[in-house]
Design a binder for this molecule. Structure first.
Ligand SMILES: [Zn+2]
Length: 467
């Protein structure tokens, strides 16, 4: 079992603590407390066998992706990291040397300022989520120690603030981390809990964002296709759920791109959003995420449900009460929930029941949408998509770029000066001509590869993946 927030490992086991945090402003929740995990599950021992190359899973029920769609993805792997995250991050040379990773790293190196790429990786300190940060956590906006979401540096094009809010008032960007999963929380042991959650949402005419790991998806590719078919938004949550700051630049690229490629191989779409496991993110990681064309989605500290509580029985009533306390008109926000073992899913189901009850009683309920909708952006982007090359990329951020002429000059193949890029909050970003950034050349043909993002979604749903 894994989780997404080291801070919730500290606080979530005691709901009172979570509520205390919820009562604080985000800035007040900031603490210099070192990140300390209280759980030791899935820690890779020092002599762990690295992730081994594996063929694409043979699952007979999988819906095939048209060969023309598959062929459009440059450097699609033929072998994948195995799905056992207890083996630690992707580390095997043959996996790291795959063309997918090599091309991605070359792109990052060409686009990101070398001072950011030179920031030292943190050191894992015995627990899965614990990292000992080796740089200045304030200067480099390291979230685990100070809940920093907005880099103070403004001269780096790909250094974007984390996405934590929704644009519209009283809107909840609903999302679940870590699936697909089954009742035990071990992805190798079923996917029923995530499937049940997806279906429950669908029965309520709701859709949500699922930040999935490549590893869990590798065990449960059919569940990924089911979530997509139900209209849920798929987003990247790394392959092995390793804390990102503890990895090399090459490993960060591998964790993101293997997961991206696997999602693409299953649904023919390239996600827009990424969430760093445990919120373990700093400016180096943010810049790599941005250079790969992703937006990093975190959550508001006061909207961490703390749903990984391990108490027996699970404190469902208290959790629902916490959620209920959010049900007031307020600025739009992104929360943190999980789709993991049965008790965790019990929270998610109870909260959805609460939403239904509130609606039935005529009580206030925010607009509940996936993250992309709450950002007024598409869930998926064309191949070759790169931040800074498109209109609307800064719609959810305050990242200035026009003052970074020197940095911009090192950014390689960007085709549009970010400083000249107009903001848009009215609809999906329009893809620019950025094929050179990824090496993936959108071919003529399916609208979702060459045309607008809206057309992409429609074409993919109607013509490519009718399941
Ligand atoms: Zn997670």
């Amino acid at each position: 079992m894994h989780c997404s927030t080291s801070r919730s490992l500290l606080a979530a086991a005691v709901l009172a603590a979570a509520q205390a945090v919820a009562a604080q402003a985000p800035s007040a929740a900031a603490a210099a407390t070192p990140v300390v995990a209280t759980r030791t599950a899935n820690i890779a021992p020092a002599n762990a066998t690295p992730q081994a190359p594996m063929p694409f899973p043979a699952v007979a029920s999988l819906k095939p992706i048209p060969s023309s769609v598959m062929a459009a993805y440059t450097n699609m792997p033929t072998l994948w990291p195995d799905a056992d995250e207890s083996k630690g991050p992707i580390a095997l040379d043959s996996l790291l040397a795959a063309p997918l990773v090599t091309a991605g790293l070359a792109k990052v190196t060409a686009m990101v300022d070398p001072t950011l790429l030179a920031l030292k990786p943190s050191i894992r300190n015995g627990y899965q989520s614990e990292t000992l940060y080796q740089e200045d956590p304030v200067a480099n906006c390291f979230w685990p120690t100070n809940q920093c979401h907005t880099p103070s540096l403004t001269t780096y094009k790909y250094l974007q603030p984390d996405v934590v809010a929704c644009i519209d008032q009283s809107t909840l960007g609903l999302n679940y981390d870590d699936g697909p999963s089954g009742p035990t929380g071990q992805p190798s042991q079923g996917n029923e809990t995530t499937l049940a959650l997806g279906q429950k949402l669908q029965s309520m005419n709701l859709t949500a964002t699922f930040f999935v790991t490549g590893g869990s998806s590798f065990y449960n590719p059919d569940a990924l296709q089911a979530l997509y078919a139900e209209g849920h938004e798929l987003a990247v949550h790394t392959w092995t759920h390793a804390p990102m700051t503890s990895l090399t630049n090459q490993q960060i690229v591998a964790e993101i791109l293997y997961t991206e490629a696997f999602i693409y191989a299953l649904v023919g779409q390239r996600p827009r959003y990424f969430r760093p496991p445990y919120g373990d993110v700093d400016n180096r990681v943010r810049a790599i995420i941005g250079a790969l064309g992703y937006e990093s989605v975190m959550w508001q500290e006061a909207k961490d449900l703390g749903d990984q509580a391990s108490a027996t029985p699970p404190p469902v009533a208290s959790m629902v009460a916490l959620f209920d306390s959010w049900m007031t008109p307020q600025a739009g926000y992104i929360d943190l929930e999980h789709s993991l073992a049965a008790p965790v899913n019990q929270f998610a189901a109870a909260i959805l029941d609460d939403v239904a009850a509130r609606k039935a009683a005529g009580k206030f309920v925010p607009t509940i949408v996936p993250v992309g909708t709450c950002q007024k952006k598409s869930s998926y982007v064309p191949l070759g998509f790169a931040l800074g090359d498109v209109a609307g990329v800064a719609a959810n951020s305050t990242t200035p770029s026009s003052s970074s002429a020197a940095a911009g000059a090192t950014m390689g193949s960007s085709s549009v000066a970010a400083g000249a890029t107009p903001k848009s909050t009215a609809g999906p970003a329009t893809p620019g001509a950025s094929a050179a950034n990824s090496g993936a050349v959108p071919p003529a043909g399916p609208a979702f590869l060459a045309g607008s993002v809206a057309a992409a979604a429609a074409a993919a749903a109607a013509a490519v993946l009718a399941f």
